[in-house]
Unconditional design. Structure first.
Length: 339
């Protein structure tokens, strides 16, 4: 089972010691390989950058040199303007690795101790701030999206059960896409065989957010399309069995065809040389395929059939708040009887 951690949202990881975000050939890749083979490592490509008062620059550089994991820090006079100085600290570990990211907090503590007005930046520090800002509030964002979606669907479908089911299954689709990303790229089950790229050990921090936004919206469109047709058929016949068979029969092929087109588009996108693009395309392609086949074609009709008349239940109090007609959980008509 895939585990989601801070490492799962890190910068692109290393393959045999080299960053894999670059193409597999070209001058940029050759320069990176030469840097790695020199013994300096790829860490100098993403230094920790500090802005501090010019008179405190030597003290800040000295403090940074004492941080475990930092091999050196420089504060050239040429990098000073109007009383402000730039100091760069270098680590041999790439910023995408756990060792590379581990220097951020100690570096900040050392800088603030040497210069209270010092500011720590750079790519690795920025990634840490991004993770804290986005994923720190992610549960709240997820709750707000779920609540708003539930309310809108409850009004559109005149039910409190169908919206809850829709939100849960949409989250299942997104979680499946995240799991596929973790297995294929972070753990390497398929990335080497298909693309010739070893396990990355992590997924770039921005990809899970993009995958969630795209898949949740798209899968909800498919869900509304199918459930709205089922609701219409139930209102006409009073039979859940007929609602399921007619709803899937009238909309299933269209949803599957649309999903197949998107799947092929993202599968083609996965042929791009950049590894980050491959990861994004893989997550979206697998998520769309699983959503259209397993979730929409199997789980949705199965769950609706199992819940029976409770699918269409909307008590009078929430119906009044939503400004729609209530929908009691009445006895259903026989499957062969049509209104």
């Amino acid at each position: 089972m895939a585990q989601v951690s801070r490492q799962s949202y890190s910068q692109p990881q290393v393959e045999d010691g080299f960053l894999i975000a670059l193409a597999k050939s070209g001058e940029a890749k050759a320069g990176l390989v030469a840097l790695e083979r020199s013994g300096l490592g790829s860490g100098p490509l993403t230094p920790t950058e500090v802005i501090a008062p010019a008179d405190r620059a030597p003290a800040v550089a000295a403090a940074l040199r004492g941080v475990p994991g930092i091999r050196g820090a420089v504060a050239p006079v040429a990098w000073r303007r109007d009383g402000t100085a730039v100091i760069d600290a270098f680590s041999p570990d790439d910023g995408s690795t756990a060792a590379g990211r581990a220097i951020v907090d100690p570096a900040r503590s050392a800088v603030h101790a040497a210069a209270s007005a010092g500011l720590v930046g750079g790519q690795v520090s920025g990634v840490e701030d991004f993770i804290s800002a986005v994923y720190g509030e992610f549960p709240l964002m997820l709750a707000l999206i779920a609540i708003v979606t539930f309310v809108l669907l409850a009004r559109a479908l005149r039910s409190i059960v169908l919206p809850a089911k829709a939100v849960i299954l949409n989250l299942v689709s997104t979680a499946a896409a995240w799991g596929a990303l973790t297995l294929i790229w972070q753990h390497g089950f398929g990335s080497a065989q298909i693309w010739g790229i070893a396990a990355t050990g992590a997924v770039p921090e921005w990809i899970p957010v993009i995958v969630f936004a795209f898949l949740f919206g798209l899968s909800m469109d498919y869900e509304v399309f199918i459930l709205a047709r089922m609701r219409e058929e139930y209102d006409r016949t009073g039979s859940t069995e007929l609602a399921v068979t007619t709803g899937i029969g009238r909309t299933g092929r269209l949803v599957t065809s649309a999903a197949l087109i998107l799947f092929l588009s993202f599968a083609a996108m996965a042929s791009a040389p950049n590894t980050d693009v491959k990861m994004l395309a893989t997550g979206l392609a697998v998520g769309i395929l699983l959503d259209a086949t397993v979730v929409r074609a199997l789980l949705v009709p199965a769950v609706v059939s199992l819940l029976g008349r409770w699918n269409w239940w909307l008590p009078s109090v929430p119906a009044r708040l939503l400004r729609v007609k209530p929908s009691p959980a009445q006895r259903e008509a026989p499957a062969g009887q049509r209104a």
